[in-house]
Design a protein around this ligand. Structure first.
Ligand code: AMP
Ligand code: GLY
Length: 428
């Protein structure tokens, strides 16, 4: 079968890598892809905003499955257009992608379905929001309702800071995404991510991970798209995962179906593990980046068969098998990220993949001489496996140290929580 994968990040390189390994795959196309993806797929310059062009491409190239990587085309309704044209698509409809596209939508759904999450108020004006603040205690959690590239959340320590942030949000600092603001109760706990695939009815667990959102070692500095991740996340024990499915994922899938907007694709639950149990922070309607990279390293099942079953409503009875090993990925970013990253920096990957390490490309490109250079904020995802986080971490950083990327940087402590727990357990 021919497959079209949409996207150009490290997440899509990891997906392409697994899709290309499937015996079911004839030709893998990627749009737009990146130089890493180009080594295993045919990259084509298709704009995802032009739904008709994507449909024409699929017809001309007999594409049997379209896999949508990022959230923007989902929220823009690309999967609906493709399905109307009779194509099999991995990814939720526009209506179902509201689980990521509107924080208010998700909070209302949680309230109706009794899903554990932070208490909240939806507000549509600065006056309303300022009045609602009095019902919360600091720190104040303020969220622009719509998509804001992971930057729409402000945690304000004082009332004055919260009021200033609200004025900013309603003043247009997040554009349309900030036309509505959700104010939430602050939750305390450790964060972890859980993934599930669903065809709208059946649910299969698809692994756990922990991300590192802040730019600096020790979790300091501004938020980023994610500076590194590992999977599995042992803090999400089998018991906790069962609770997450029963208390959060299953009622979400059932409520969406009952509302006539069944969710199909991957549900990425951002969780807070509180003293009272796991609570939902937010949903994403796609794989995490870089969480996807570590999930794909561990996945032993055929990704094409699973995604196709998801797309066609045949997920019942399908199992996703993962290696028991830990996978850990370190993001190498261009200096300046998450502000303005330096572009054009040279990259030398010659010995990088020795010892079984895997380097997924994100913001890379070829310069006019055909040499590999940095083109974006997050540039490379240097990934390794091991029997525990400590070993996977050591192997990933050994690979990082074999890479030439003078204008890049990375955190040196990815996995620190689990490395500390493993060291403590070894002392006992
Ligand atoms: P989100 O984009 O909704 O995942 O939020 C970004 C980050 O803000 C999360 O990863 C948490 O660290 C933090 N956060 C969001 N909501 C809450 C909350 N209700 N309580 C505590 N921290 C939160
Ligand atoms: N790494 C966080 C995300 O993909 O949203």
């Amino acid at each position: 079968m021919n497959i079209l994968l949409l996207g150009s990040g490290g997440r899509e390189h990891a997906l392409a890598w697994k899709l290309a390994q499937s015996p079911l795959t004839d030709q893998l196309f990627a749009a737009p892809g990146n130089p890493g993806i180009a080594a295993i797929a045919k990259c084509v310059p298709l704009g995802v905003k032009d739904h008709d062009a994507v449909i024409r491409f699929c017809a001309e190239n007999v594409v049997g499955l379209v896999v949508i990587g990022p959230e923007a085309p989902l929220v823009d309704g690309l999967s609906d257009s493709l399905r109307l044209a009779g194509l099999a698509v991995f990814g939720p409809s526009q209506a179902a992608a509201q689980l990521e596209g509107s924080k208010g939508f998700t909070k209302d759904l949680c309230a109706r379905a009794g899903i554990p999450t932070a208490g909240y108020v939806r507000t549509a004006s600065l006056e309303e929001a300022r009045a609602a603040l009095t019902r919360f205690a600091p720190p104040y959690v303020l969220k622009a309702d719509g998509l804001a590239a992971g930057k729409g959340v402000v945690i304000a320590e004082t009332l004055a800071e919260a009021e200033a942030a609200l004025a900013d949000m309603f003043g247009g600092s997040f554009g349309e995404a900030g036309a509505e603001v959700v104010i939430e109760e602050f939750m305390v706990g450790e964060e972890a991510s859980f993934f599930a695939l669903t065809d709208g009815t059946a649910i299969i667990p698809f692994g756990s991970a922990q991300d590192h959102k802040r730019v600096g070692d020790g979790d300091v500095g501004p938020n980023t798209g994610g500076m590194g991740a590992y999977s599995p996340a042992p803090v999400l024990t089998a018991d906790l995962q069962a609770r997450v499915i029963a208390e959060i994922i299953a009622p979400t899938v059932a409520t969406m179906r009952a509302d006539g907007i069944p969710y199909q694709g991957v549900l990425y639950a951002g969780l807070m593990l509180t003293a009272a149990g796991p609570k939902l922070i937010e949903y994403n309607a796609r794989f995490g980046d870089p969480e996807c990279q570590v999930l794909m390293m561990r996945l032993e099942s055929d990704l094409v068969a699973i995604m196709l079953a998801c797309a066609l409503g045949n997920l019942t009875g399908i199992e996703a098998k993962f290696s028991d090993q830990t996978a850990l990925t370190v993001v190498m970013a261009a200096k300046g990220y998450p502000g303005t990253p330096e572009k054009g920096g040279a990259i030398d990957l010659d010995d990088a993949e020795a010892d079984g390490a895997k380097v997924f490309h994100a913001g890379t490109g070829l310069n006019k001489d055909g040499a590999l250079v940095a083109t974006g904020g997050r540039v490379l995802n240097v990934t390794a496996m091991g029997p525990d986080v400590t070993t996977a971490q050591a192997r990933a950083y050994a690979a990082v140290d074999r890479i030439g990327f003078a204008s890049g940087f990375c955190r040196r402590d990815i996995g620190w929580r689990e490395v500390a727990r493993e060291a403590a357990a070894a002392q006992e």
